[in-house]
Design a protein around this ligand. Structure first.
Ligand code: KG4
Ligand code: ZN
Length: 412
């Protein structure tokens, strides 16, 4: 079956990315053109600007990925592209380009769900690690080399979803078991950061500043999401309701991050921190990089704000842990994969790692560069589909609210 080289293309949000991955397990190149500088002054992604930037970047990014991998178009076996979920206009740039390329080169086209891509960022790395570990290889050839099922938490700017991921007859199948009812965890990070006058995206700034605050200073709490009985059996109306049947999910594994965002807003107003936050904006832009020392942190934020930031982060990570480990226990998962932009968070990694060790379950994260959006994860997720011959139709188009897996007690 040829050399197994797949070119992955990702353009669902604000990164234009291309990568070449061999057989879903060896990354030959991974190029990401970030649009942070474009969206910075708006404090969030502006969809029209994102599409325009993707158009500008797609050709040079794909060329760079091929050059870095040392391959030409003729060496490829397939082209994989993110078909959703994401911003419609942004997705279309990648899809249109991938379709044209596949058609011109007579290559199969593989459509990849962005969330499946995030899960494969960890799987790719695990495969890579196993390939390098000769002892593991011996063990694996002695046993069946089938990969193991896992509980996956996808936690990013657009998603906070819990899946059971299962390798079935060569491809992976997913069952949704939990999700956010409103904001994604990364969205809460970004909104709280904006409210505090911090840089964009907010996650890395809050991550860096939280180290210097007292996480117990502000007692944020998460109420348990209301039970089905409470809702009279009906699914609550949420912005994502049409994409996943919430009424099918166990309320213990549902997340809600809009409450803590409002609680931070109230705290800021009550403690007169609004002006101080507004004054911080130009200083943040000048700061350029996240603070590394307490002095640098205090130079940007007074201790009270650092305490607020640390308390916010502690509460968010605590809630993610409670529900993820609860789900791992309920579904007897021995392996937890945590992926997506928020998985880059230092406190999240430390606390999940500690708790997993205490409970005797395995936890894996992607390398930092693979936590946020990239195309290596898209090419890796495409590999089992390539082997199974699951190719995209010629009329493939963007699906901004594409769903991964099934929630109705089965894998899809
Ligand atoms: O996966 P990603 O690049 O894009 C989406 O698919 O959304 O995730 C971006 C999100 C942003 O909300 C960003 O603030 C958050 O991930 N993020 C972090 C960290 N690095 C990025 N959140 C917390 N701590 C971090 N270190
Ligand atoms: Zn993402």
């Amino acid at each position: 079956m040829d050399s197994g080289l797949i070119l992955g293309i990702e353009s669902s949000c604000d990164e234009t990315a291309a990568a070449v991955v061999e057989r879903g397990s060896r990354t030959l190149s991974s190029v990401v053109a970030s649009q942070i500088a474009t969206h910075l002054r708006y404090g969030g992604v502006v969809p029209e600007l994102a599409s325009r930037e993707h158009l500008r970047n797609i050709v040079p990014v794909v060329r760079a990925a091929l050059a870095e991998a040392g391959v030409s178009l003729g060496d490829l076996d397939a082209v994989a592209v993110t078909s959703g979920p994401g911003l419609a206009g942004a997705l279309l740039v990648g899809i249109t380009y991938a379709k044209a390329l596949a058609f011109a080169q007579s290559l199969p086209l593989i459509a990849v769900n962005h969330l499946e891509g995030h899960i494969h960022a960890v799987l790719l790395q695990e495969r890579q690690r196993r390939m390098k570990d000769p002892e593991d290889q011996v063990l694996r050839s002695a046993h069946d080399s089938e990969e193991e099922s896992a509980l996956a938490l996808v936690v990013s700017g657009g998603h906070t979803h819990l899946y059971l991921a299962q390798p079935t007859e060569g491809t992976w199948r997913y069952r949704l078991i939990g999700r956010t009812l409103d904001d994604a965890a990364g969205e809460a990070y970004d909104k709280v950061a904006k409210l505090l006058g911090l840089g964009y995206p907010g996650g890395p700034w809050i991550d860096a500043l939280a180290r210097f605050g007292d996480p117990h200073a502000v007692p944020f709490t998460f109420a348990q999401v209301k039970s089905k009985a409470h809702l009279g059996g009906k699914a609550p109306r949420t912005k994502g309701a049409k994409t996943a049947p919430i009424s099918e999910l166990d309320p213990h594994f549902l997340f809600s991050f809009s409450g803590i965002k409002t609680a931070v807003l109230r705290y800021v107003e009550l403690h007169g921190l609004r002006e101080e936050a507004a004054a911080r904006v130009p200083r943040m832009l000048a700061a350029g990089r996240t603070p590394k020392t307490k002095e640098e942190a205090l130079d940007l934020c007074p201790q009270g704000t650092l305490d607020l930031i640390a308390s916010f982060q502690r509460a968010v990570v605590g809630d993610l842990m409670k529900k993820t480990f609860g789900a791992a226990e309920a579904f007897e998962a021995e392996q937890i994969l945590i992926t997506g932009g928020v998985a880059a968070n230092r406190e999240l990694r430390e606390r999940f790692t500690g708790e997993a060790a205490r409970r005797g379950v395995r936890v894996a994260f992607p390398a930092l560069a693979l936590s946020t959006d990239n195309a290596a994860m898209i090419a890796a997720a495409a590999w089992p589909r390539f082997v199974a011959g699951e190719f995209a139709p010629v009329d493939l188009t963007a699906d901004p609210s594409l769903v991964l897996g099934s929630a109705v007690n089965q894998f899809a």
